[in-house]
Design a protein around this ligand. Structure first.
Ligand SMILES: Nc1ncnc2c1ncn2[C@@H]1O[C@H](COP(=O)(O)OP(=O)(O)O)[C@@H](O)[C@H]1O
Ligand SMILES: [Mg+2]
Length: 194
C-alpha cells in the first residue's frame, strides 16, 4: 500500500522496508502490518495529542509520577515543552510496560523500539500465519476457557509482582496466537500504570 505519511520517516531511515496493509484504526492509534527485511512486523502509530481526547489523557496520566522535576512542572503547566514531554511519557509508558512484561516472561509482542511516535513490534499470528484474532473473536469450550483463565491469572500475578497494572485488560486486548488456544498475548496499553 502507499506509505502513510507518519511511517515515511521510518522508511527513509531504513527501519521499515514496506508497509503491507492497515490492520486497524482506533481513537488513539492506527496499526499497520509492515515488512522489515525478511520479517513481517507490526507498526502502531500513535495519534497526536491534538487528535485525542484531553479528558482521557488526563485520566491516563493520573498516578504516573515523573522523576525529573523540571519536566514534571512543565507537564503540569501545559507549556509547549510540557506538552511534548507529556506526549513522550504517554508513548513511553506503553513501550516501558512491554519491555517490563517481556522481562517478567509475560507473553506480549516483542518490542523493536519506538521512533517518532511509532512503536515497532512483533506481529502476533495464529497457527496459519494469519493475524491473530482477539479473544473476543474466538469460541472456547468450557475447558479451554478455564485453562485460559488460569493462564491469564498467572500473567496478572506476574504483572502485579513487576509493579504493573494493565488498566484496560479485556477480551479486546488479548490476542490468541495459535489454533489450539494454548497461547495468548496481551496487547498492552498506555493505560498501564505503575
Ligand atoms: N502486535 C500485534 N500483532 C497483531 N495484531 C495487533 C498487534 N498489536 C495490535 N494489534 C491489533 O490492533 C488492535 C489494536 O491494538 P492495541 O494495541 O490494542 O491498540 P489500542 O491501545 O488503541 O487499543 C488489536 O486489537 C489487534 O487486533
Ligand atoms: Mg486495544
Amino acid at each position: 500500500m502507499k506509505t502513510p505519511i507518519r511511517l515515511q520517516p521510518l522508511v527513509d531511515d531504513g527501519l521499515i522496508d514496506e508497509v503491507i496493509s492497515q490492520l486497524m484504526s482506533g481513537k488513539e492509534a492506527t496499526v499497520y502490518m509492515i515488512r522489515c527485511g525478511d520479517a513481517i512486523r507490526c507498526a502502531k502509530v500513535y495519534k497526536e495529542a491534538t487528535k485525542r481526547s484531553f479528558k482521557k489523557a488526563a485520566q491516563y496520566q493520573e498516578g504516573r509520577k515523573t522523576k525529573n522535576s523540571r519536566r514534571g512542572r512543565a507537564m503540569e503547566k501545559g507549556s509547549k515543552y510540557g506538552r511534548e514531554e507529556q506526549e513522550k511519557a504517554w508513548q513511553n509508558a506503553e513501550v516501558d510496560a512491554l519491555y517490563q512484561c517481556a522481562a517478567a516472561k509475560i507473553r506480549v509482542p516483542v518490542p523493536y523500539g519506538c521512533f517518532d511516535g511509532v512503536l515497532l513490534m512483533e506481529l502476533i499470528t495464529d497457527a496459519n500465519g494469519d493475524v491473530a484474532p482477539r479473544l473476543n473473536d474466538v469460541n472456547l469450550t468450557h475447558a479451554q476457557a478455564m485453562s485460559q483463565h488460569h493462564t491469564m491469572m498467572g500473567y496478572i500475578v506476574r504483572m502485579l509482582c513487576t509493579g504493573i497494572v494493565h488498566g484496560d485488560l479485556s477480551e479486546f486486548n488479548v490476542l490468541v496466537d495459535s489454533h489450539d488456544f494454548s497461547d495468548h498475548r496481551l496487547t498492552t496499553s498506555r493505560r498501564c500504570i505503575r
